[in-house]
Design a protein around this ligand. Structure first.
Ligand SMILES: [Zn+2]
Ligand SMILES: [Zn+2]
Length: 891
């Protein structure tokens, strides 16, 4: 083993060794030992990263956590499968490529055409996919690359088409006219949860709508005047006396030569605006409902690429505006309304607008023909066991089933409080719009026959129309929402719709580990798909991790310039240090603050482990067997006792999904107990090879899931086999508390006390001082440990009575005074110094306590500041007490 820890020297080689061994693939594990025969399977489907970009720290976190789970399960003798893959991320990927082409070549997607654009996207994807795979490898992931999947591959495409067909046949997928959110920039529909809302400034226009054949007019208020092109009515409340006489009259729309009726509808709020509302059923959720109730016509203003539709314009008398974008139409219409005095007044307003979560463009509500998943339609659950487990009747709906999967306890969410959020979403669940007007993705498996208007849903493209045998079938132009395919991820990756042995062995998966922000987008959709298609749950536990933020708690992003590239960190500190910094202090569901200082601390620890191992590996074997070797001293018993405790604690934390706590427990043991105490004592007592070897083997195993590279490398110095398939330390059946353990703890207190005293009187570490121990009979055992204590404290122990006249400093140990003899000690000078310190401490306590008691301050100050001050106060109070005692002692 080289002297310095240099991860760059071995990390890549170790990964190669693992990959070559074949043990990432659970089928090969039986070769690693008997304990894998008939072993219990364990599986995780890796959340497929989007092919749009390189991995970030959030990805590094999920990879680390899932690798810890997988490696732990494998070492516990389970057939561990961690299945990797990537997601085509339809709309996001198409956006990235479209923007790039627009920037570099000034061409739009319509300039390129469907085929050209798809080819360009595939080129882009083949490039990014390779980069992502490398980054996953670089993190040390023990995933099975032989089973790697891509959401847009032919096998997964078959799964998607099969799923669509089955759901359609069961009446759970339908096509309908719906008001949907539409992004004019992306030219695509967005699901409700893909719209993000923000406050924006705008104008409310009060428009004069003339009553036909009169000088009279009604005033309607709108913040989207351009939509007047699509007006098909004006609505008032039937109980509104101001407008009673107008109901049934005809309005001539300004600028257009079109007549629309005035109707009365209970849903109109008399107090809103002027109480008279323009009705635009094609572009407003409420108006859509009103139009349905009153049989008003619906006008679609825009074409798929966001321009005023020429056909609709010709049909409804607004030819002049055909071909304009929404922006241009708005500007022109406002100008014309002004010129012709149709605007009574305008007001500045602040309102909530929905924007596209991908590109930030304001979304437009539009009515269009879309495909939907019906979450409220009944279907029959074929598998009785499944419905029984979920406590569901035989007939249920997707919404009920998704709720029941978590409510029944079949799926557990960690941390638990996210279950409430999940139920809240389920309550508000609406039909899921699954069609998207983009080209990159799974094309909807539906064909239309222009000859007889038949609609055919099929897994494979039909050669001719099933009704009229016509051969002019046209496939639906739209593609499926990307979550439709990722919803199948846990089982499409295992070979479904074929009944493969992988599917039988590894499904349902054990854990789904993902970020909490896609609980609904992804997790819920997986529950939906698996529940209906397989009559099963996709996973037993959902483990949610928080987001990785910068040190100030801000979200990391390219635009704010606070993004940290994991590859840079890995090059500087090594992968193990990065992994450790991500897992230490990490708790499920909570965001974490990340900084390079944490990685540095991680690297320092790994370095410590390196040095511990080097020391143990270079310790010579026992000189005389049975003569002084084995378990002979207090320290030996104590450290093995602590090892048992640590193994038990680590395994318990694994069971509770507390990986951060497991690592902390291990770090305490390795650094505090082993390195700082036991190894120091071992150097003094000597002849410890046996115990040291036991300790080394165990800490390497215990640490392996967290920091796999360095542990495997050290392991290779002492064994030919691979650590990754060795067995994880088992919890001892009964932890036998070593009877003399309190003695070791007492000895440790004595050493700490003497060391503290030395530090308190600024004595440095080299010179040896005398100490006096006035020991009663029952503490005489401590004499047996004199050499160890003397070396650890650089003190000469005198078991005799100290002359009290000397006023030497002392501390209390087990109720006995332990004196430290300091040559030329001036107790008066020391007392004066201490009194000065005491005064300072007292005035500090006074200052803080008045502030902490000040009600005005308590009200205004942030909670963290108040808490910190309270902690400071109690620390300062303790200090005052200690200094008082010291003064008393010195006088
Ligand atoms: Zn958009
Ligand atoms: Zn036909």
């Amino acid at each position: 083993m080289s002297k310095a820890y240099n991860p760059q020297e071995f990390e890549d080689k170790i990964y190669e060794k693992w990959e070559k061994s074949g043990f990432f693939n659970p089928d090969n594990l039986e070769k690693a030992g008997d304990r894998f025969w008939n072993a219990e399977p364990f599986s995780i489907a890796m959340p497929p990263p989007n092919v749009t970009a390189e991995l970030h720290l959030g990805s590094a976190l999920f990879i680390t956590l899932q690798d810890i789970m997988t490696r732990h399960a494998r070492m516990r003798g389970r057939k561990a499968l961690w299945l990797p893959g990537t997601d085509h991320a339809a709309i996001a990927t198409q956006n990235v490529v479209e923007r790039k082409i627009l920037e570099e070549e000034k061409k739009t997607r319509t300039d390129l055409g469907r085929e050209q654009l798809l080819r360009r996207i595939e080129e882009f994807v083949s490039h990014t996919q390779g980069r992502i795979q490398n980054q996953i490898r670089k993190m040390g992931s023990s995933c099975d690359w032989t089973r790697e999947k891509f959401t847009l591959s032919p096998e997964l495409s078959l799964a998607v088409r099969t799923a669509f067909k089955k759901m359609h046949d069961a009446g759970l997928i339908y096509r309908g006219e719906r008001m949907v959110n539409w992004c004019p920039r992306c030219g695509s529909t967005l699901a409700d949860d893909e719209v993000s809302f923000k406050q924006a400034k705008g104008h409310m226009f009060y428009l004069r709508y003339p009553v036909k054949d009169s000088e009279d007019y009604l005033v309607v208020a709108t913040n989207r005047p351009e939509t007047m092109l699509g007006d098909t009515g004006v609505a008032v409340n039937p109980g509104d006396s101001r407008y009673k006489k107008y109901v049934g009259k005809i309005i001539m729309l300004p600028l257009l030569n079109r007549e629309v009726p005035v109707i009365a509808d209970d849903h109109i709020d008399k107090a809103f605006g002027t109480g008279a509302m323009k009705v635009t059923p094609g572009h407003d959720h409420n108006d859509f409902e009103i139009a349905k109730r009153h049989g008003l016509e619906m006008i679609h203003l825009y074409t798929a690429d966001g321009k005023i539709d020429a056909q609709e314009a010709a049909d409804h008398g607004f030819d002049d505006y055909a071909g304009l974008t929404k922006e241009d139409a708005l500007n022109r219409i406002v100008q014309e309304l002004h010129e012709k005095e149709f605007i009574e007044k305008t007001e500045e307003i602040e309102h909530r607008v929905g924007t596209c979560y991908r590109c930030g463009t304001v979304v437009e509500p539009v009515v269009s023909k879309q495909w939907f998943v019906n979450v409220n339609a009944e279907f029959k659950i074929e598998n009785k066991e499944f419905s029984k487990n979920l406590r569901l009747p035989e007939k249920t709906t997707l919404k009920e089933m998704m709720t029941a999967a978590v409510k029944s306890g079949a799926i557990k969410i960690v941390p638990k409080h996210f279950e409430k959020i999940y139920f809240e979403w389920m309550k508000n669940l609406r039909d899921w719009t699954i069609s998207r007007q983009i080209w990159y993705g799974h094309r909807i498996p539906v064909w239309y026959c222009p000859d007889c208007t038949e609609t055919i849903v099929a897994v494979e493209p039909p050669a001719s129309c099933t009704k009229c045998q016509g051969a002019n079938l046209k496939q639906d132009e739209d593609t499926l929402d990307t979550w439709f395919s990722s919803g199948l991820w846990t089982f499409s990756t295992l070979g479904w719709p074929q009944e493969t042995s992988d599917l039988k062995t590894y499904h349902p998966t054990v854990v789904l580990e993902t970020a909490y922000d896609i609980l609904f987008f992804w997790v819920a959709r997986m529950v939906l798909m698996t529940g209906f298609l397989l009559n099963d749950i996709p996973f037993k536990t959902v483990y949610l991790h928080g987001l990785v933020r910068d040190i100030e708690g801000k979200k990391m992003s390219k635009s704010s310039g606070n993004r940290i590239d994991p590859l840079d960190i890995q090059a500087k500190y090594g992968t193990d240090a990065l992994r450790l910094s991500l897992v230490l202090g990490n708790t499920p569901g909570n965001d974490m603050k990340f900084s390079e200082i944490k990685v540095e601390a991680g690297r320092n620890f790994v370095n410590k482990l390196w040095n511990i191992s080097r020391f143990i590996l270079s310790t010579p074997p026992l000189k005389v067997r049975g003569g002084g070797g084995g378990l002979s001293t207090l320290a030996d018993h104590w450290i093995l006792d602590r090892l048992d405790e640590t193994v038990a604690a680590v395994n318990r934390h694994f069971e509770n999904s507390q990986y951060g706590q497991a690592a902390e427990e291990l770090q305490r043991f390795t650094w505090d107990d082993l390195a700082d105490w036991y190894l120091e004592i071992a150097k003094i007592e000597g002849n410890k090879k046996e115990v040291l070897d036991v300790l080394l083997v165990n800490i390497l195993k215990l640490w392996h899931p967290f920091i796999p590279f360095v542990t495997e490398h050290i392991w290779s110095q002492m064994a030919k086999s691979l650590l990754m398939v060795d067995d994880y330390p088992h919890v001892p059946e009964k932890i036998e508390k070593f009877a003399a353990r309190p003695l070791f703890e007492a000895m440790r207190e004595l050493v700490t006390g003497l060391r503290n005293l030395r530090a308190e009187y600024r004595l440095g570490s080299t010179p040896i001082y005398s100490s006096y121990l006035e020991i009663p009979k029952d503490l005489e055992w401590i004499k047996d440990h004199t050499p160890v204590i003397e070396k650890l404290t650089r003190t000469k122990l005198n078991f005799a009575v100290m002359d009290h006249a000397h006023k030497m400093p002392y501390f209390l140990w087990e109720g006995v005074r332990i004196y430290l003899v300091i040559p030329n000690f001036d107790s008066k000078k020391e007392a004066a110094l201490t009194e000065k310190q005491l005064k300072e401490a007292e005035s500090y306590v006074k200052k803080i306590s008045t502030q902490v008691k000040n009600k005005g301050f308590l009200k205004k100050a942030p909670k963290e500041i108040v808490e910190k001050m309270q902690a400071d106060l109690s620390a300062a109070e303790t200090k005052v007490k200690t200094l008082k005692a010291k003064v008393k002692q010195l006088k």
